[in-house]
Design a protein around this ligand. Structure first.
Ligand SMILES: Cc1cc2nc3c(=O)[nH]c(=O)nc-3n(C[C@H](O)[C@H](O)[C@H](O)COP(=O)(O)OP(=O)(O)OC[C@H]3O[C@@H](n4cnc5c(N)ncnc54)[C@H](O)[C@@H]3O)c2cc1C
Length: 451
């Protein structure tokens, strides 16, 4: 079977891997010059199936309103006239109900746990290094934030997922570098089975495995449209040499001047249509625009996030694994000789430009918990856009158009769900029954609700 995967982020490359396992002829198309240069590049790297949680949670609207007025805030909201933004927010608010939250969290955990099982099986045959660490510690700055976490803890308890509630001293036993923290947590929750690793590095290694199996990668190639005929997708119209984003604007040292987005046009080639039996969309935030002309409505909205990557200068005073500042929704993760601080949700801004306020929040979180671990001036900043759906779980598989498949909407936990999502979609495309129940993990849930 001839298949084309659109997008070489972690989701697209994982899908390509499992399609090749199923014996398909696979081509991956990507506008960037390599894999994992979009949202998969600078994320927090956390793989925490026990923790995956919809952002639509009870108490979140009140918490967000509170933060909107603060200078150090995990949330930045820019109201726009875009109706899609308001539709997304209205749906998100409906999903903050306790019962909806429980359902959505269970769906997300189903695919995340499956994904971890797929990753473990993969690691048995492909042992490569990608800055992996074990364990995940959530830190709470206030009783209010601990209170907000109670519904999520109830879901963990009901599912029998192992976690430990810790006081400040016990947090410092798990992460000895916290002994030098400028602030003390009121409590911590430790998930020993969760893990972290550098998503971009993993994806680059996975690309090499794919290529060794005969998967072709077409880089520097812009996907312009789907080629459909008689209600069936027959291929993809692409143009080589287009769409190279100026990535300096997405990643910069603190002193660099911001550049605006620019696309090259001088080297544009004529468009060509590549034929396939199956086309799998894994374009992250850009997926909705590509499928819309075929009448497929995907409620995706980009939510920007930021990260800072710094070399560790004092091993003793640095984190060992992954932590989450639950109050400021900012993660600190250790990748070998580096640490990464990542967080902030910015809604209403489509441009991939850095925002000083968000970068300051990241650096404050680092300074509060690990003030001596790294030199702030060495930070490399990055911005990415999370492909968010209002209720949190991704959209996997068929979308009502023959020959067209989705692997989209992974939001803030796409790395944690990547291998499982790739496996499920490859199974569906090749007409194998997926190993997990897909109820609530497909576009059908939005069709049912009249989207
Ligand atoms: C700050 C931050 C922290 C995060 N932390 C975590 C975490 O700790 N754990 C976790 O699991 N997830 C995390 N995430 C989420 C995770 O990064 C995403 O869910 C995941 O990377 C999405 O992968 P993707 O392959 O769908 O998208 P992408 O990586 O964006 O891949 C899509 C690809 O499609 C290409 N593309 C788009 N349009 C076109 C076109 N027209 N033509 C050609 N190519 C095109 C893009 O260039 C891109 O390479 C975080 C995200 C952010 C922003």
């Amino acid at each position: 079977m001839k298949t084309i995967v659109l997008g070489a982020g972690v989701i697209g490359v994982a899908t390509a891997y499992y399609l090749s396992e199923r014996g398909c002829d696979v081509t991956v198309i990507e506008r960037e010059p390599g894999v994992a240069l979009g949202t998969s590049f600078g994320n927090a790297g956390v793989i925490a199936p026990g923790y995956v949680t919809p952002w639509a949670a009870p108490g979140m609207p009140a918490k967000l309103l509170k933060y909107l007025l603060k200078p150090t805030s995990p949330l930045i909201f820019r109201p726009t006239l875009d109706p899609a933004q308001w539709r997304w927010i209205a749906r998100w608010l409906r999903e903050c109900d306790l019962e909806r939250f429980r359902v959505n969290k269970q769906r997300m955990q189903r695919i995340a746990y499956y994904s971890r099982a797929c990753l473990n099986a993969f690691r048995e045959t492909h042992a490569f290094e990608y800055g992996r660490s074990q364990g995940y510690l959530q830190l709470f700055r206030s009783d209010y934030d601990l209170e907000l976490a109670q519904p999520a803890l109830a879901v963990l308890r009901d599912a029998g997922i192992g976690y430990r509630e810790l006081d400040a001293a016990a947090c410092a036993q798990v992460e000895p570098g916290l002994a030098w923290a400028r602030t003390k947590p009121v409590a911590g929750i430790y998930l020993p089975d969760d893990e972290a690793g550098d998503c971009a590095r993993f994806t680059r290694e996975l690309r090499a495995v794919c290529e060794a199996r005969g998967v072709r990668f077409l880089f520097d190639t812009e996907i312009e449209a789907l080629a459909a005929e008689g209600g069936k997708v027959r291929g993809v119209r692409v143009r080589a040499g287009r769409g190279k984003l100026n990535r300096r604007e997405q990643r910069r040292a603190p002193t660099e001047v911001l550049k605006t987005s620019a696309q090259t046009s001088a080297e544009d080639a004529a468009p060509q249509t590549l034929a396939a039996d199956a086309v799998i969309v894994a374009l992250g935030v850009e997926s909705a625009a590509l499928v819309a002309p075929l009448g497929v409505r995907v409620p995706l909205y980009p939510v920007k996030g930021y990260s800072a990557t710094l070399p560790v200068v004092d091993e003793q005073k640095a984190p060992r694994a992954a932590l989450m500042d639950e109050s400021l929704k900012t993660a600190i993760t250790r990748f070998g000789p580096y640490l990464r601080v990542a967080g902030t949700a910015e809604l209403g801004n489509h441009r991939a430009t850095l925002r000083e306020q968000a970068l300051q929040t990241l650096m404050k979180v680092l300074d509060d918990w690990f003030p001596h671990a790294a030199t702030p001036s060495s930070a490399q900043f990055w911005v990415g856009r999370r492909p968010m759906v209002p209720d949190g779980a991704p959209l996997l598989g068929a979308c009502g158009v023959e020959g067209l498949w989705l692997n989209v909407g992974h939001g803030s936990t796409g790395w944690a769900m990547s291998m499982g999502s790739g496996r499920v979609v490859a199974d569906l495309v090749t007409q194998h029954t997926p190993e997990i129940d897909l109820d609530g993990l497909t576009l059908a849930r939005y069709r049912r609700n009249g989207h």
